[in-house]
Design a protein around this ligand. Structure first.
Ligand code: FAD
Length: 588
């Protein structure tokens, strides 16, 4: 998935910018670490920073991907999609989806320091209070409730002024925000859609002054992980600043291929203390042992893959591939949840949509880039997504009494209003015309998929099957969402702006077919090593994120979420990692 001809513009992948960043495991100055973190992504970067705050604690991060420094498509918000299908992306593909007429689509994931926070769309949602209270309910640990994690939210992010310096009164509630590491901001380049969407929302009594203040229902301004006109990722906010510490080492281009116990364990629980690392499929294998803990932060696909390669997973699956069973843990790779996304297009009367920019990138982007370089202003300071969004409930008569969301402050659907044609899905970019795109997502899906091994070779991609639209609830909720969007754009405030729908639907069956034929995902996968109370039948990790049935091994990333949040999940991953640090400290 790429926007029309946006060049990858990766202009420096050479020597790491910091001396504490190594290109090979053989370059490491030490083999003596207290903690080894697998994955220098979103959650891994948080832990690397926090654990190395204590100068006595020696920390190693093993990252499969590349350095994040100087990659223009990562840094400049509007160019973000150029990082998809680039050297910074794992380039995964979903299996043919039975709920989508057996179509497949790409599943990007960050293969780079900062992980997916370095390549994502930057939308910032800390989740409704209900998301967290539900985490507490499902895990049996009140420490995950909103009341308990609020302090971590404040440690994670800091609201900064938008780049265009506009007055943000009424667009955000500053008191709901903290003073943390990731820089967030309201959109720093206006869109003609902003007043239309917010005027209608206000007239309907559905305007939400801050989607990050606990109740996510309603229409409001999007906040992004952007500060000073640049992407703020886990790498820039947490990892790179910590690299100056002598007790933190980071090795890139190095893939963990399994974790194991270096000591015989007989009938006892194995103590997983060693990470095997390789740089290529036939390259040498190196073992590094942690004296305190091994932490898997390899993400929703990488973490279950590594657990399975290590013999921790459903025993039948492991036996089929002749992988020696260390622990029968049936939930590994199960409960994969994601938000299906459908782009709905309207032809519009506009002089300011970004369509011409995407159509003529070679001539339009360079002057915009010059402006961005000179003073960090202009179109390139915003992501290609929209400035305004809404999270809404299904109408009460649709699946009456059945609301799988976390609670009353979480939605079933999301809409994002984009000022141009967003080529997210199979529809080709039209050669002429101006467009409104409403990106529509089912944010409380009930379909669940799997991550399984293709083979016992750690360099083979895992089999990723999100099973989108395999429940009636999910597909009918999307059909309803399409009707809700259409009602919204028929509000009189749009008169003269909307010309016509890009696609006309005859009835709900037509809408359903269109959704199955054209949806992709928002790339919000979670849950493949979920936390839960009780034994391994009830989740891979305990509420303190320790892998059940073994010792010394923890998982800290989006794979531990016990339920998919009804929002963009990166902030949730950061908050989970901040709490994980406190849990680790208190349990040493
Ligand atoms: C294209 C895209 C758009 C998105 N848009 C948004 C958005 O706008 N807002 C939002 O909130 N969320 C968004 N998300 C989701 C969000 O980015 C992720 O949920 C979050 O970053 C996940 O964090 P993580 O720590 O679980 O994993 P990641 O950040 O993906 O980190 C995993 C790290 O582990 C490394 N790794 C994996 N396997 C190994 C191995 N075997 N050995 C060594 N290293 C390994 C990876 O290279 C990676 O660096 C998006 C995601 C994508 C991919």
């Amino acid at each position: 998935m790429r926007f029309l001809g946006v060049p990858a513009v990766i202009f420096s992948l050479g020597a790491p910018a910091f001396s504490k960043l190594f290109n090979s495991i053989t370059d490491l100055p030490s083999k003596d670490y207290d903690f080894i973190i697998v994955g220098g992504g979103t959650a891994g970067s948080v832990l690397a920073n926090r654990l190395s705050e204590d100068p006595q604690t020696k920390v190693l991060v093993v990252e499969a991907g590349i350095d994040n420094a100087n990659v223009q498509d990562i840094i400049v918000p509007f160019l973000g999609p150029g990082a998809f299908e680039s050297a910074a992306d794992w380039n995964f593909t979903a299996t043919p989806q039975r709920g989508m007429f057996n179509r497949t689509f790409t599943l990007p994931r960050g293969y780079v320091l900062g992980g997916s926070s370095s390549i994502n769309f930057m939308t910032w949602n800390r989740g409704s209070d209900d998301v967290w209270d539900n985490f507490a309910r499902l895990s049996g640990d009140p420490g995950w409730s909103w009341e308990s994690v609020e302090k971590y939210n404040r440690k994670v992010s800091r609201l900064t002024p938008p780049q265009d310096g506009h007055n943000t009164t009424g667009q955000v509630i500053p008191a709901a925000h903290g003073n943390g590491e990731v820089l967030t901001s309201l959109p720093g380049f206006p869109s003609e859609l902003d007043p239309i969407v917010t005027d209608i929302a206000k007239s309907l009594g559905k305007y939400n002054q801050d989607l990050n203040a606990g109740d996510m229902i309603g229409f409001g301004f999007v906040q992004n992980a952007i500060g000073n006109g640049e992407r703020s990722s886990a790498a820039t906010a947490y990892l790179v600043p910590a690299l100056e510490r002598p007790n933190l080492d980071v090795v890139i281009n190095s893939r963990a291929t399994k974790v194991f116990a270096s000591q015989p364990y007989g009938d006892e629980e194995p103590v997983i203390d060693t990470v095997q690392v390789a740089q290529s499929v036939n390259g040498s294998r190196f073992n590094i042992t942690a004296s305190r803990e091994v932490i898997l932060s390899a993400g929703v696909f990488g973490t279950p893959q590594l657990l399975l390669l290590s013999g921790i997973g459903p025993k039948d699956e492991l036996s089929e591939l002749d992988i020696p069973i260390v622990l029968d843990s049936p939930d590994v790779g199960k409960h994969l949840a994601d938000h299906p996304l459908l782009a709905i297009y309207y032809e519009v009367n506009s002089n300011s949509s970004f369509d011409p920019v995407l159509r003529s990138e070679s001539t339009m982007i360079p002057p915009l880039l010059e402006q961005w370089e000179s003073n960090r202003t202009g179109l390139l300071v915003v992501p290609v997504g929209g400035n305004t969004a809404a999270f809404l409930k299904n109408p009460p008569d649709l699946f009456s009494g059945q609301d799988p969301s976390s609670g009353p402050r979480s939605g079933n659907i999301e809409m994002i209003f984009c000022n141009g044609f967003e080529p997210l899905g199979p529809t080709p970019f039209p050669p002429t015309g101006r467009f409104l795109t409403v990106l529509t997502a089912v944010v409380s899906p009930t379909s669940r998929g799997t991550v399984t091994l293709r083979s016992a070779n750690p360099f083979d991609d895992p089999v990723l099957d999100p099973e989108l639209y395999t429940t009636d609830f999910d597909i009918q909720t999307m059909v309803q969402a399409m009707k809700t969007v259409d009602e919204f754009v028929h509000e009189p405030r749009w008169n003269g702006y909307i010309k016509q729908p890009f696609v006309q639907f005859e009835d709900d069956q037509d809408r359903e077919n269109y959704a199955r034929n054209n949806s992709i995902t928002v790339n919000h996968s979670v849950g493949t090593a979920r936390m839960g109370p009780g034994d391994v039948a009830d989740g891979v990790v305990d509420p303190s994120l320790r892998v059940k049935g073994v010792k010394g091994l923890r998982v800290v990333d989006a794979s531990v979420f016990p339920q998919i949040p009804e929002n963009h999940p990166q902030a949730v991953a950061y908050i989970v990692a901040e709490r994980a640090f406190d849990l680790i400290k208190s349990q040493q």
